[in-house]
Design a protein around this ligand. Structure first.
Ligand SMILES: [Zn+2]
Length: 267
């Protein structure tokens, strides 16, 4: 059988078209694979949206931690009570976002300012007297002091629990991989500020759901002890911190996508 010039042209054209289609699909599959595997800002932002773009309702919670008293043992029990409330609140959302992820309860390591405190998260990773969340051992260290109030504890505990949620979603590890690849320290600092702004927003969502009266009170108060103002700080400014807390409290979880917020709101 011999082919006419027209038939040859058709065969050549369709083969070429076929190759283009295969190449196109291949490139897209490879790109989505790369997006998932390699650290990128887009991947971090996608993970964040998996948490914040949800239609899952928070369950009704009757959160009654122990009665507040001015001693560290009681305050620790109060903080642990808060953790149970927060687990109950967030489990359905995280389960849905992760297709059945299991939210574990973070440990509370409470210290009185002036006392010794063992290194929890590695040398250089923590400053004396500053509360933090350690993702490595899922522990929240909280510093208490004379005059430390119920509201102070709720603010700190819900903020650090926000980091626990970021850890559960995989956002923490994605961001630390991404930061290791980035050479511009300013860029890395802005990402850390976005992470912190989101923890503040999640704090607003949490406080408003489990203890709405206290959350309401915190909006009135001016001198909440959250770091800020220093441009070299890894936290947003006081004003932005406050804005994110209030936003989470008033507008809910969907408002906490700090990864797509303008830079002016996270500085
Ligand atoms: Zn933080």
């Amino acid at each position: 059988m011999s082919l006419t010039g027209k038939q040859i042209a058709i065969i050549v054209t369709s083969t070429a078209l076929g190759l283009v289609v295969v190449l196109f699909i291949g490139v897209n599959v490879a790109a989505s694979f790369v997006r998932r595997v390699l650290p990128s800002y887009a991947a971090v932002s996608e993970t964040s949206q998996r948490l914040t773009d949800t239609n899952t309702q928070f369950p009704e919670i009757d959160c009654t931690p122990v009665e507040w008293r001015d001693d560290i043992t009681r305050q620790k029990r109060y903080a642990e009570g808060l953790m149970s409330c927060l687990d109950e609140m967030w489990s359905p959302v995280v389960d849905k976002a992760l297709d059945g992820g299991n939210l574990v309860t973070p440990y509370v390591d409470m210290r009185f300012y002036g006392d010794d405190a063992p290194i929890l998260c590695g040398e250089g990773a923590e400053d004396y007297g500053v509360s933090f969340y350690c993702s490595r051992n899922r522990t929240i260290r909280i510093w208490t002091y004379d005059g430390f109030s119920e509201l102070d504890l709720v603010r700190v505990a819900t903020h650090e629990y926000g980091h626990h949620l970021q850890e559960a979603m995989g956002l923490h590890s994605q961001l630390s991989m991404l930061s290791r690849l980035e050479e511009d320290p300013w860029e890395v600092m802005l990402w850390t500020k976005r992470l912190e702004a989101q923890a503040e927003c999640l704090s607003g969502v949490s406080a408003n759901h489990i203890l709405p009266n206290l959350a309401e009170e915190s909006v009135m108060e001016d001198d909440i002890d959250i770091p800020g103002e220093d441009p070299e700080d890894t936290h947003p400014s006081q004003a932005n911190n406050r804005m994110w807390f209030n936003r989470g409290m008033q507008e809910g979880l969907s408002s906490c996508d700090t990864w797509n917020a303008p830079e002016s709101e996270i500085r």
